[in-house]
Structures are given as structure tokens and as C-alpha cells.
Design a protein around this ligand. Sequence first.
Ligand code: GDG
Length: 484
Amino acid sequence: PQSTVDDRSTFDLVVAANRLPVDRVVDDDGTSTWQTSPGGLVTAMDSVMEGREAAWVGWAGDPGESIEPFARDGVRLQPLALSADEIRDYYEGFCNGTLWPLYHDVIVQPHYRRSWWAAYRRINQRFAEAIVEVAAHGATVWVHDYQLQLVPALLRDLRPDLRIGWFNHIPFPSVELFGQLPWRASVLRGLLGADFLGFQRATDAGNFARACHQLLGATRTGDVVSWDGADDDRSGVPRRVRVAAVPISIDFTSLDQLARTSAVRERAREIRASLGNPETVLLGIDRLDYTKGIRHRLRAYSELLADGDVTPTQATLLQIATPSRERVSAYRELRAQIDAQVGRINGDHSVIGAAAVEYLHHSYPKEEMAALFLAADVLLVTPLRDGMNLVAKEYVASRWDGGGALVLSEFTGAAHELSSAFLCNPHDIAGLKRTILEAMHEHPAAKRKRMLALRRRVRSNDVFAWARKYLAALEAAPAKPGAS
Ligand code: GDG
């Protein structure tokens, strides 16, 4: 429940992310309220903020006027305003038109626009100033993701007393690709303002350290990147920054429990029945994003249908694509391509009463997601590049019955942990087809063994363990607060 503004002015723990953990919901009568956003980050942060004097700085999600700070579940929410132009240039532009494609191995062409970069710098500065206002002396500040890479150094300049951590939810690309960025040195300098930089995979941490070495002359010893702080026009303050992989996870127990409820089990049966009770239900659930490999998955599936290896009465592919970034042109193009691809597959292969592909461009409540997971014999997770991929872990957590099979791309962070999955290279369509068939037809006992191994892994490294590990690494980072 929403309460009045917290009268404390400073906090020992400050979380900063592009978005606040709430969404504004406007009722029919025009009154607006705040609802907790779905998603793992909010759950993870709740667990670390509980019992601490904590604040969260982020954008409220709409263009326009600044909103007064408010308190929710004991946490101070500090909204940061973005104008329509700033959303276009900073968020849709630099974040989602430059950094997102560049950091996902240029699956689509990144655009390098100076006006977008200028907006990114300005908004990062605004974030740093908003954080400084609410951070107590010596506070811990946990900054999230690629939208806020300049914040660590900006913060350190303003407030050397703070302990600053940053976590990258997406991949960090190889230096050959990162080197394309016209403002690459500024981004590295921005990040090196932190005490600890966390990544999804050791490879991402390694890519970052190599970029610092090649582009700034920094050196790496074990987990620590050391930089003399000098650049072309100034000799700077030396930095020692800890850099390591801390793979993110999900709230295993709550999903496991949700999937065991009779309502979810009943709904899972209903979903299968609505699909005509086929032998095999294959499922894809993704944000509609070109990184997720939806087109490769559809291509492989359409070939399996064409080859006669699957028939629409025997199997159904249920593809759910959650609407995402609909104002960015690459996302609109992708949607049109997927619409056409699904139409073509169904036109060619469906029979009356049994669609080859059931495609839904919607988002669903978490109960429905759990029921979908429980209804699916095979989950297809085929990204071309993905920082972690929480959907894969959520599927595993939902399968309390030991059923189901996970087809998982090698190009996800999750593949580094979930080695018992049916791993695939989504670029290799022939290989992907074989892997899908293997996941459909492997002996049930062998499949069950895989699923139980996956569940052990996700249970023991859940989101709470992740948050604890992250904060412990930040506490142990080399530089003492106040030192340079
Ligand atoms: C980024 C990185 C990294 C999706 N549709 C609905 C819904 N979802 C939820 C899923 C899952 C989350 O959204 C998506 O997380 P992913 O990890 O799969 O992917 P990204 O959104 O790209 O996330 C990724 C992640 O950050 C965390 O660090 O793993 O690599 O790209 O939790 O369940 N939730 C509900 N309805 C939907 O329709 N309720």
C-alpha cells in the first residue's frame, strides 16, 4: 500500500535503475495508482532492502512532470522525470537503438548519433544528482544496467564517501565490437567509477577487462582492474575496481509454490484441452525482441512440419511474445516479420481445428505464466544472445512434477549454469531441428533426470543468493569508501 512521503532525507542503501519498481495504472475514472512491476529485479531488491533504510531512484515510465517522492513497503521511491524528447533520445535512442544492439553482438545495426549520446550523458548526470540527494554519508549505492553506465564515475566525483556497485543485466561485448562505439572511452571511465562491477558471465567480465586494457591501458590482476586514471587531456585519480561474474536468478520457492496450487494446475489442463490435447505442447515466451531468436525457432519448426517430423494434430507450438519497445523501428520491423512468418506457417501447415502455431502478442499475469510452463512439454529458449534469460529458470522452477524439457541456446548466460538442458546453436537450423526432436522424444526417465538436475541448480542459486553474493562482493571490493 502507498503511504505518505517518508520524512527521512537520506538512506544507507540506494538502488538506481532506469525504471522505478512500480507502474502507474490509470483507472476508468481517471485516478492513478501505483502497482508493483512484475519481475525478478523487484523481488531481489525487496529482499536486500527489507529492514534497511533504502531508497530507489528511477524513471516512472511516462513522459512529463516530476512526481513527488513517495514511500512504498518501507522504501522511498524517488521518481526522476524524463521529457518526451529525452525518452526519444536517451531511452529509445541511445539505450535501445545504440547500446542494446551493440551489446548483443550487432544482431541489428546500432545507430551512433551524437544527439542521443548527449542526451545519455545528461540523463546519467541527472540520475547521479538524484542519488546524491538521498544517499546518507558512506551509503551503498547499487546501480543497474546499461542505461546508467556513466553514473558510477559521476557519483564518485560528487561523493567520494559512497560505496558504488553496478550490475550489468545484459552481455558485455568483445572489444572488437565494443570498439565501434564512438564514446567507448567515456563509457569505460564511467564504469570505472564503481568499486565493484558485476556481470552475468565470466566472459562478460573478461570482455570488460580486455576493453579497459586495450582502450585505456588498464591492467587486470585476478578480479581487480587497475587504471592510473590518466587520459588524453588529464592525469586522473587512479582506480582499482573489482570485476566479477555474479549470475542473476529467480525466486525459485515462490514460483515452485505457485505452480503447485490447484488453480494453476487446473488452468494448465485447460490450456492443453483448448489446444486440442496434442501429444506435445511446445512453448516459447519472450519479450518481442530480435535477440530472442524467435524467427530462428519458427524457421526450425516450419521445417519440421514440412519434413513431416511433426504434424499439427500431434504437436502445437504456442508462441507468446510480450509487446516491447514498440516505438523503436527495429522492433516494429521484427513484429511485422513474425506476423508474416506465423501466417505463412499456418497457411501452409494448419488443419481445420489444429493450428500449427498459436501466436499471441500479449502479456499475462504470473499465474497464467506458471500454468503455461506447467502445460508445456518442451520450452524453446533460442536467443542469439541473452545476458541470462530468466524465462528458462522460471520454467525449471515451475516443474515441481519433474516433467518438461528445456531447449536452451548456448548464447544465453543461463546455458553456463544449466548444462543439463538440451543445448542448441540457434543459427544451426538443422541442429536446432534435431535438438527439438530429441527433447520431444527422449526417454521420460532420462528427461526427468535432466529436469531434476536443473531444479537443483536453480534452487541452490536463487535470486536471494544472487543479491547476497553481489552485496558481499561489493563490501569486499578493493577501494575503501573515501579512498581513491
Ligand atoms: C534482461 C536481460 C536477463 C515476460 N513476459 C511476461 C512476463 N515476462 C517476464 C519473464 C521474465 C522477464 O519478464 C524476462 O526476463 P528475461 O531474462 O527472459 O529477459 P529480458 O527482459 O531481456 O531481461 C536478460 C534479465 O534482464 C535479468 O538480468 O536475464 O538476459 O536481457 O521474468 O517471466 N511476466 C509476466 N507476464 C508476461 O507476459 N508476468
